[in-house]
Design a protein around this ligand. Sequence first.
Ligand code: LLP
Length: 429
Amino acid sequence: MHHFQYKGNELCCEEVPVSNIADEVGTPLYLYSHATLRQHFKAFDGAFQDVAHLTCFSVKSNSNLAILRLFALEGGGADIVSGGELFRALRAGIEPGKIVYSGVGKRVEDIEYALKSDILMFNVESSQEMLLLDQVAGKLGKKARVAIRVNPDIDPQTHPYISTGLRENKFGIDIKDALEEYTVAAGLRNLVVAGISCHIGSQVTLISPFVEALRRLKKLIVSLRDAGINISYLDLGGGLGITYDKETPPHPREYGQAVKAELDTQELTVILEPGRVIVGNAGILVTRTLYTKKTPEKTFVIVDAAMNDLLRPSLYGSFHAIQAVKFKDHKKIKADIVGPICESSDFLARDREVPAFEVGELMAVMSAGAYGFSMSSNYNSRPRAAEVMVKGENYYVIRSRETYEDLVRGETIPDFLKWRNLHKRDIHD
Ligand code: LLP
């Protein structure tokens, strides 16, 4: 359930017509519904209310400060994968004691930053990382709480680029080697073995891969106990899918029930790292039609949003529904919705039956709240879009549209390239 609905002929975000915001803020534009974000967070978190748990929102799915703050106010923590995400989480007011840090390539500086911030737990992904973490913690006179991110070798049956728990993937430590690695960790002076973690993939629409992964973790927990290693946190990662088109993913309630049915101890705090399921359908991308053109082969609707704004269709061939912002009795056409970028992979929809959009008309690219803005770039020197949050009858710009000055911030032309030198070819060469 989300709050992007037609009132009369106007697509509204909560109580505000989308076209009003587009006219005032310009396009392309990411638009989020506060009520939807909150409701989705509560639905997910509520699914675990009767067990000790911590919902650590996955910052990579949407890292806007206002959105992180909203979840912080609901008691949420953060799942981070970089120093930059830690900075955002802390800036948004998320408690360090509710932050877990995964990622296969943690840099020394980022490890130091996280240790100094006193985060809850490092999800360690290799034996080298574990030794480095011990060393850095020792140097800082800190103890690092660790979980081993285990690769359980589970097929989550999702797009290959977002499967992470298969043996061939780069993530985690093979479950078969985990006991040995835990024994090493337990012997390291500056580490405290605190948990176990896994994340099998994203946009998972079945319950069974989650349950199977959990069963494999449970077996490992028993072996750990037998070896005298007791953990307090069971981090199940994120990955629950959403409906983009016709998918029928489990409701968070069903996911929660399935997980809880497998838990046979009250001693563990369950950590969850949802991203997409909370923000995916709470945001849309609004774009305006620039031109339409017919070629011998196809009809193209050229819009002002592009693959730099929403990469998912180009990268994964993902489906995002396209809707008219002002509903008319549009004729239907089969078209490609494309952006201005100089790449044939720059499309938002392909061979799609859509309303026959005319020049100047607005469209909404649905389900764009997760991995939308957070994966955007400046390719083709396009300033990144504005982000707006709607609450009831009001809207708030939560990230201004970038300017041309923003595009060149931090760039410098070294002295040897100064104009005067360029006029003297000999010096330049
Ligand atoms: N935890 C870890 C360790 C992760 O790697 C991820 C996502 C999550 C949690 C959150 O997963 P979620 O609940 O959002 O599925 N860019 C891709 C998705 C990449 C997901 C990467 N990891 C997309 O646009 O579909």
